[in-house]
Design a protein around this ligand. Structure first.
Ligand SMILES: Cc1ncc(COP(=O)(O)O)c(C=O)c1O
Length: 395
């Protein structure tokens, strides 16, 4: 059982607002803030390079923390500034050839799809979208039927930005493995709200951010690259960290996933990411998932009692992101009014998940994402405020 009072006492932001947007950028625990400030103060005192050298062992240990958090090896981890950079580093390095097919899902995130479009145009690739099953999750049987010799990549968003869907990432991984197809998994919204194990997922590449459910600082992200790919993938850009200049006309790439990094980094933020991973791991991801998903289920239940509210989450199993609309209520105006009242939720527009928006005819959605540090009382506060906004007087 999580000690919610203690967790809230570690979370200064809970006294500022009712923050229900972990899928945007969650509230950092004080331990994360302390790690960032502490490193920054060391830089102030002794200089940036010197602070890095002084804290080298702790900063190196962040790779171990990421690796153990997702069941990977330390040499399979690259630390970068966000999930998109992580994802793109793997995607653009993959040696796809003319005529290759990319299989993706309806819930795919806009940034990923834009990259598909760019490479499809440049490298003559074909993008094929795996249809959803009746619940809206990736249809495993449809995926299996789509496999042929031209599939060069399966790239899926595990949990989308726009709602509670949880795609069957591990099932997809089994199919990718069976047919020996590279599998790139966007785990940006999954990491920090549930256990993640790259072995169980059978993925070759996994990208994630620090700032969402992991409760790390903005400007942090990481990429997992399965060891077997490390000697194969040539990063699209290299520098003097990812490669060494061996002789005037020769260079040699690093042997580990850090070949996808560059030399300069924010070590203060990296220290914060390390503290966030430690904090989450100490609490335990199974307990975090149970609490966050439980709160989200409660919120769905309360919202469903608002007569004009429609829950918009796809999938049969739902995570800690709750998406909804209220008849005749402008989501942007509602979110603004909630912010004015100190209740933080967000919106998700069709352009961030266009295929899903077209397939389900979705308008702009409101999205709320409770994390384990939130309370039932805060959910109630949100629902009461929405009720007033929607002009209803009885639930
Ligand atoms: C599913 C998904 N993938 C990728 C991203 C991009 O993450 P970042 O902003 O860290 O690049 C997001 C951000 O919201 C997301 O929701």
């Amino acid at each position: 059982m999580l000690d919610i009072e203690q967790i809230r006492s570690h979370t200064p932001g809970v006294s500022e607002s009712t923050h229900l947007l972990a899928c945007g950028s969650a509230l950092m625990p004080q331990q994360v803030v302390d790690a960032i400030i502490d490193h920054t103060q060391l830089e102030v005192r002794i200089g940036g390079y010197e602070a890095h050298a002084y804290r080298k062992a702790e900063l190196e240990a962040v790779y171990d923390l990421v690796a153990s958090h997702i069941g990977a090896k330390t040499n399979e981890i690259a630390l970068v500034e966000n999930a998109t950079v992580a994802w793109c580093q793997a995607f653009y390095a993959l040696p796809l050839k003319s005529g290759d097919r990319i299989l993706t899902c309806e819930a795919e995130y806009a940034a990923n799809y834009l990259a598909f479009l760019q490479r499809a145009r440049r490298d003559n690739l074909k993008i094929d979208v795996i249809p959803g099953d009746a619940s809206g999750a990736v249809d495993i049987r449809a995926l299996e039927a789509m496999i042929d010799d031209n599939v060069g990549l399966i790239a899926i968003t595990w949990i989308p930005t726009n709602g509670g869907l949880v795609n069957p990432a591990a099932e997809i991984g089994k199919i990718a493995r069976k047919h020996n197809i590279p599998y790139l998994l966007d785990a940006c919204q999954a990491v920090g709200q549930m256990p993640v194990d790259v072995g169980e997922l059978h993925c070759d590449f996994l990208s994630a951010t620090g700032r969402k459910f992991l409760r790390g600082p903005r400007g942090t992200g990481f990429l997992y690259v399965a060891e077997k790919w490390l000697d194969i993938l040539e990063p699209v850009t290299i520098d003097l960290f990812s490669a060494s200049w061996e002789s005037v006309n020769e260079y040699k790439l690093r042997r580990d996933a850090r070949r996808f990094e560059t030399w300069e980094n924010s070590y203060a933020l990296r220290a914060g990411l390390g503290a966030a991973l430690k904090y989450a791991d100490d609490l335990g991801l199974a307990g975090i998932q149970q609490r966050a998903w439980g709160l989200a289920a409660s919120l769905r239940q309360m919202l469903s009692m608002l007569k004009t509210c429609q829950i918009r989450d796809a999938g049969s199993e739902n995570c800690a992101i709750v998406s909804f609309t209220i008849d005749n209520v402008d989501p942007f105006a509602a979110v603004r009014e909630l912010h004015r009242q100190g209740i933080i939720i967000g919106t998700s527009t069709p352009k961030s998940t266009m295929l899903d928006a077209i397939s389900r005819n979705l308008p702009v959605l409101m999205r709320a994402a409770p994390h384990y540090y939130n309370t039932e009382a805060e959910l109630k506060q949100l629902v009461m405020a929405l009720k007033a906004i929607s002009g209803q007087h009885s639930i």
